[in-house]
Design a protein. Structure first.
Length: 215
């Protein structure tokens, strides 16, 4: 089983609820299946470029314009996406470690998604629809936020952005462990909420093993 872990949190683990969820998830995974292969990508150590015009042309013009062949400049602009896409396409599970900032994901994760969740990188696209180029069978989101959120909360721009973008790439099987209410000065049950989320991260790891055993 191949796991791709994308970390979008620059904080040290002791200060980061999302990274603590990741520690629990991967520890449980290793205990249940020590042979799992994990590829870690820290976006702050290997940052993605923002999409520029050349990258947009390289990724999207072959979809819009029949016969368009990306130029050398367009191919160069898409280098990061293609390199990350190779890791993505060989994975059975993608794990995102995400702090919520300003009610959405850090811009660095959005930049990675713009590069990787693109035509010719992780899926093909034409007038008939999309066809995955990957073998990803599940997405795990390990999220932390200072505020509390109910399911479907209109303040939550993170969840729909991630879910819709991955759905476009053909990934619909998702589990979320969310440590919300982590502003301890505002929420006196912050530790309890983190403990519940840690249990959810452990359960998500166990589900991965049960669902994808033998993958």
């Amino acid at each position: 089983m191949n796991i791709l872990h994308i970390c979008a949190d620059p904080s040290p683990t002791e200060e980061s609820a999302s990274k603590q969820l990741a520690v629990t998830f991967f520890r449980t995974l290793a205990e249940k299946n020590p042979d799992v292969n994990i590829t870690n990508v820290d976006l702050y150590e290997n940052p993605p470029p923002y999409l520029d015009y050349q990258a947009i042309r390289g990724f999207w013009f072959p979809v819009f314009i029949e016969g368009h062949q990306p130029t050398d400049d367009e191919q160069l602009a898409g280098t990061y996406g293609m390199e990350q896409g190779e890791k993505f396409n060989e994975s059975d599970v993608v794990v995102l470690t995400i702090p919520m900032w300003n009610y959405s994901a850090p811009a660095i994760l959005k930049a990675w998604m713009d590069q990787v969740l693109s035509p010719s990188v992780t899926y093909e696209m034409d007038q008939r629809g999309t066809r995955p180029l990957h073998k990803v069978r599940k997405l795990i989101m390990l999220v932390a936020s200072g505020e509390t959120f109910a399911e479907g909360d209109p303040r939550d721009a993170l969840t729909p952005m991630v879910l819709n973008s991955f759905a476009d790439a053909g990934i619909h099987h998702v589990s979320i462990a969310w440590a919300d209410g982590q502003y301890a000065f505002k929420h006196n049950d912050a530790e309890k909420r983190l403990a519940v989320a840690l249990d959810a991260a452990e359960e998500a790891a166990e589900e991965v093993i049960d669902e994808l055993s033998g993958a």
